[in-house]
Structures are given as structure tokens and as C-alpha cells.
Design a protein around this ligand. Structure first.
Ligand code: ATP
Ligand code: MG
Length: 331
């Protein structure tokens, strides 16, 4: 069975619409016919400043989120990145074959660094994509289900894996991004030129585990475009088109069908339908997640078991890498 690897950062108390539609929902679907590794990437979550208590709480919350959405720990390997030290170890080696200029071209780094200012941006934020490449390559993943924003990082992962293979001998399988076309980039509801994002936050962000009233309010105050017809036109009507994308995704239909359904109706009706569709998924998801968090010991046991399964694979890859690089064995 083909391998899948993906992860999410524990940098918020809830996943947002983009994380769910662009990533988590795909993960759940893929576990049927793939050997899947789903990780809570806590090492990535400390690259932009964090609070230790928040990180601890959010790491468990994200794991519970995966389970609540349908990740099945019997079929998939669910674990926390820092429980497998191989991630940081491989990242060091990959960092030593990554060009400084190559890393400097990563648009996520440029965007996030611009938001933090040169003094605020850390070396960890700069080498984030190298750690991500290590995450993926360690598990010999064939597919990486992510949003469009991660395409460049998967490309870098392929470049680094291929470079290592040709310089030191074949070790890594080179992964393909798996990007769901319809939901590759869910836009911010207040600024539909930007992707919805945890680190940007604001009123344009819809978090699925948030209070249902606030979810509804944020959807109803989404910026719409001039005109009054519900038409799918991502260039001319990005706000309305984004709402149509969200509605179609949650109701299992297409934007064309949504457009037909809303012929002769206005933006108010559309927003009402979006809020209903989102809440129909969000409310039960939040209930399941809350129930899982009531037994943190059980959750921790499950994560320990996941880490053991993950390390069994990761250690094999790392050992081959260390050997190829020329490190003398420890004993
Ligand atoms: P941050 O802004 O801090 O990077 P994020 O919102 O991008 O947070 P991540 O944890 O970095 O969240 O990403 C988790 C997954 O969600 C990734 O696969 C990413 O591509 C996907 N994703 C994030 N935002 C969107 C979006 N707006 N639309 C579709 N997919 C998204
Ligand atoms: Mg991100």
C-alpha cells in the first residue's frame, strides 16, 4: 500500500476551515487504501514564538481533533513529532545539503518573516521547510496531502531527497503532493485575497471548534463583492466564490450546482446556507473532540503507541542515512 504522511501545527486551539477541507478531510479519506502517518508537528510549532502551556494543551487538542474527524488509530499511525527524535536528526543532515539561497526562496518563510520583522524571525522559521522535508522523507511517503500553500515545500522535499540519493546513494522515495483541487486554498473571509490562516487570525478565520454562535457570526459577516448575484467567479468575486467553495465542499456538491441552486437568490441566503453546512460538521466534531480530551491518559497512551510505530520506520531510514553520509556507527 502506498504511504501517506502529513501533519498540522499545534499553534491554535482549533483547526480552521482551510485545515479541515484542504488537509484533514483528505487524510481521513486516504487511510482506506494507504498506509498513513499523521503527525502533530510540535517541533514546527515553536518556530514563531509560543507559550509552553499552550503548546502542551494544543498538542493533545490537535491529536484529539484528528481522531474526532475520523483518523483511525488502528489503521493509521498517529503520533507527536517530538516523540520521534529522528525528525530533528534527519533535518540536520538535510540542512547540510540545502542551499542558503534555495531556503531563502521559500515564500512561506518570506511571508511569515515579513510579518514578524527581521529581528523577530528565527533561524528555526528559516529552516522549517528542511524539517518538513525530513518529516516526509523519513517515512518514505508516496503522497503528502496538503493545501496549495505547501506545494513549494513538497517540491523542496523532492529536491533534497533526490539530491541526497544522487550524492550518497538511493535512500529516499520522492513524494508527490496530494492537493484537492476544489479546496486547495480556502480564503480568509475578511480578506479573500489571502489564504485563511491560523497565524494571521482575525475575524476572517473560522475555527471549527469555536463557539457555534461565533462561527455563524463570522460567516454572516464575510466580505462579499459588488453586485448581488451568486456567481462563481474567483477573479471578479473572490469573496462569494470562496463561500460557494465552502458550501459545495461541506454538502458534497460542486460550485456549479451551488450556482444553479442560488439563481435569483442573494448573498444573505448563501451565507445562511454556508453557516448551516459548516455547523452540521463543526458541532459534532467539537463534541467528539471534547469527549476525547476528557481522558488525556488514554490519549497519551494512544500517542505513545503511535510514536513506537513511527519510530520503527523512522529509525530504519535514519540509520541508512547515517551510514551513507559516513558517520561511524555508535558501537
Ligand atoms: P500557519 O498560518 O501558522 O502556517 P496554517 O493555517 O497554515 O497555520 P498549518 O498547521 O500550517 O496551518 O497547516 C496544516 C495543513 O492545512 C497544511 O496541509 C496546509 O496546507 C493546510 N492549509 C492551511 N491553510 C489552508 C487553507 N487556507 N486552505 C487549504 N488548506 C490549508
Ligand atoms: Mg501553514
Amino acid at each position: 500500500r502506498p504511504r501517506v504522511f502529513s501533519g498540522m501545527q499545534p499553534t491554535a486551539d482549533s483547526l480552521h476551515l482551510g485545515n479541515y477541507l484542504g488537509a484533514l478531510r483528505q487524510w481521513v479519506a486516504l487511510q482506506d487504501d494507504h498506509d498513513a502517518f499523521y503527525c502533530v508537528v510540535d517541533l514546527h510549532a515553536i518556530t514563531a514564538g509560543h507559550d509552553p502551556d499552550d503548546l502542551r494543551r494544543r498538542t493533545r487538542a490537535v491529536a484529539a481533533q484528528y481522531l474526532a474527524a475520523g483518523v483511525d488509530p488502528e489503521r493509521s499511525t498517529l503520533f507527536v513529532q517530538s516523540h520521534a527524535p529522528e525528525h530533528a536528526q534527519l533535518a540536520w543532515v538535510l540542512g547540510c545539503i540545502t542551499g542558503f539561497g534555495e531556503a531563502s526562496r521559500m515564500t512561506q518563510f518570506k511571508d511569515k518573516a515579513a510579518r514578524q520583522g527581521t529581528e523577530g524571525a528565527t533561524v528555526g522559521l528559516f529552516t522549517y521547510p528542511v524539517l518538513q522535508a525530513a518529516d516526509i522523507l523519513l517515512y518514505q511517503a508516496d503522497l503528502v496531502p496538503v493545501g496549495e500553500d505547501q506545494r513549494q515545500h513538497i517540491e523542496l522535499t523532492r529536491d533534497l531527497g533526490g539530491r541526497f540519493n544522487s550524492r550518497f546513494g538511493e535512500v529516499f522515495r520522492l513524494p508527490q503532493p496530494h492537493i484537492a483541487r476544489a479546496t486547495a486554498k480556502i480564503l480568509d473571509l475578511q480578506d479573500p485575497t489571502a489564504k485563511m490562516s491560523k497565524s494571521i487570525g482575525g475575524a476572517g478565520l473560522v475555527e471549527l471548534l469555536d463557539d457555534p454562535k461565533r462561527i455563524e457570526k463570522r460567516i454572516k459577516s464575510a466580505v462579499t463583492d459588488t453586485g448581488r448575484d451568486v456567481l462563481y467567479d474567483p477573479e471578479g468575486k473572490p469573496g462569494v466564490s470562496n463561500l460557494m467553495t465552502i458550501l459545495a465542499a461541506f454538502t458534497g456538491t460542486t460550485v456549479e450546482r451551488v450556482q444553479d441552486d442560488f439563481a435569483g437568490r442573494g448573498y444573505g441566503d448563501l451565507k445562511k446556507a454556508v453557516a448551516e453546512a459548516v455547523l452540521a460538521t463543526a458541532v459534532p466534531l467539537a463534541e467528539r473532540q471534547r469527549a476525547l480530551l476528557e481522558d488525556p491518559a488514554e490519549l497519551d497512551r494512544l500517542l505513545a503507541r503511535g510514536a513506537e510505530k513511527a519510530r520503527a520506520v523512522a529509525a530504519g531510514t535514519l540509520a541508512a542515512v547515517y551510514d551513507r553520509v559516513g558517520f561511524v556507527p555508535a558501537r
